[in-house]
Design a protein around this ligand. Structure first.
Ligand SMILES: [Cu+2]
Length: 153
């Protein structure tokens, strides 16, 4: 009986872990340094989201670390993490936020696309999300990417 119990517990743990809506892939990929601004941003999750009950925010970092800095990635991640903590839970307009259209805008989907309202200027960006998956779990995470200045391309 005890062994059967352990097997069931392991199965439950596995199911639990797989059920969350983790980011499986994205375009651009986390940490990307891009020569051209992406026209759309795509997030693919491991499970369908309740999109209408999920939050996505895109911010351009002020005073982003220089891409030539050998610690660029670590510094960028540190700044991004602070920013996410500051703004992911806020509502209302924020001058630093980048406007975009989200598709789909509601319903259930494992894949969402963000289309910035205007072409993204050179700089470092933080794309953050707090998503509600169909299993009712909430997960929060972010990624960063950098669009190079024309002179650096
Ligand atoms: Cu879950």
């Amino acid at each position: 009986m005890r062994r059967a119990g352990l097997v069931l517990a392991a199965a439950a743990l596995l199911g639990f872990a797989q059920a969350h809506a983790y980011l499986e892939s994205s375009t651009p990929a986390d940490g990307s340094v891009l020569e051209a601004a992406p026209g759309t941003l795509v997030l693919e999750f491991s499970e369908e989201l309740e999109v209408g009950f999920s939050t996505f925010k895109l911010f351009r970092l002020e005073n982003a670390p220089d891409v030539a800095d050998e610690n660029h990635a670590a510094k960028l991640n540190g700044m991004a993490a602070l920013l996410v903590t500051e703004v992911i839970g806020t509502s209302g307009p924020d001058d630093r936020a980048v406007a975009f259209e989200l598709a789909p805008g509601q319903g259930r989907s494992a894949r969402v696309t963000l289309t910035p309202a205007e072409p993204l200027a050179p700089g470092s960006y933080v794309l953050m999300w707090r998503v509600l998956s169909v299993d009712t779990h909430t997960l929060q995470d972010y990624l960063t990417f950098t669009v190079l200045e024309p002179a650096l391309r």
